[in-house]
Design a protein around this ligand. Structure first.
Ligand SMILES: Nc1ncnc2c1ncn2[C@@H]1O[C@H](COP(=O)(O)OP(=O)(O)O)[C@@H](O)[C@H]1O
Ligand SMILES: [Mg+2]
Length: 249
């Protein structure tokens, strides 16, 4: 089992859109996949869930008093399961802080080893104890960067923090997100590729209204517009990540 986190300290950069589409593509390729929605706003759950189920008590979850396997729900998509968000997750950071070390989230993932080959973590924006737990749990951290100087700077901070916590920066996988080719700055940043982004993935996610439509369709792009260039961009992102993460077992 491999764990992929869609993470950034910034919000509104396309983490959830990428997480949903990547999880869908992994499942379509036959990998039993779990989408774990760690964001109390629950956007990812909204896209994937057919009917709301049991609520999750984050406090019990962190204390290990919930059998995580029982919280997992099937989705309408073959091979794709969902660990839905719950409003109590807004305390996840405080709850994880009470547990020694940074491996609490990693330990929660252990039982899934038997059930899934890929876990996709859709993370809320943060640079806190929760982020440290996410870094420790994830084999790969994909970071969407909207081309702007501030975004590149924000990635720099993520990079520093990741390294400071003892992780290998080659497990960070930045990629450009919400790219509008009509904007001069977007084109300039893509062309110059700032130093920290030299290792970015080749795939570029365009700014496209079809991605916003996912909220109406309540489905990943591949399920309703598979031939759209934006869907193809997520396909490229998925193949970049597969190549970087190595074989799934
Ligand atoms: N490439 C894109 N093009 C256009 N709209 C997008 C794109 N990616 C995300 N969005 C929209 O922008 C908003 C924020 O995206 P989201 O994936 O939820 O970001 P995050 O999870 O980083 O907060 C959502 O309304 C989503 O539909
Ligand atoms: Mg999100």
């Amino acid at each position: 089992m491999q764990t992929l986190a869609l993470y950034h300290l910034k919000g509104g950069v396309g983490k959830t859109a990428a997480a949903v589409n990547l999880a869908y593509l992994a499942a379509r390729d036959g990998y039993p996949t779990l989408f774990w929605d760690l964001d109390p706003q629950g956007a990812g759950s909204w896209y994937l869930e057919s009917a709301p189920g049991q609520t999750i008590d984050a406090a019990k979850l962190v204390k290990g008093k919930l059998a995580v396997g029982r919280l997992v729900r099937p989705t309408r998509f073959e091979n794709l399961s969902l660990m839905p968000a719950d409003f109590s997750l807004r305390y996840l950071d405080i709850l994880l802080r009470k547990v020694q070390g940074q491996d609490a989230l990693k330990r929660l993932l252990a039982p899934f080893r038997e059930m899934f080959t890929l876990v996709v973590l859709d993370c809320p924006p943060s640079l806190s104890h929760l982020a440290a737990n996410i870094f420790a749990a994830a084999d790969a951290v994909a970071v969407p960067i909207v081309p702007s100087h501030l975004s590149v700077r924000a990635f720099e901070i993520v990079h520093q923090e990741y390294k400071a916590l003892g992780h290998k920066p080659r497990r960070l996988h930045p990629f450009f997100s919400m790219v509008d080719r009509r904007r001069r700055l977007h084109n300039a940043l893509l062309a110059e590729t700032p130093k920290r982004l030299k290792r970015r993935m080749d795939a570029v996610i365009p700014y496209a209204s079809v991605i916003e439509q996912m909220g109406e369709e309540r489905a990943p792009l591949g399920a309703f517009a598979p031939r759209h260039p934006a869907a193809q961009a997520y396909e490229s992102l998925w193949s970049d990540l597969r190549a970087r993460m190595g074989e799934f077992a």
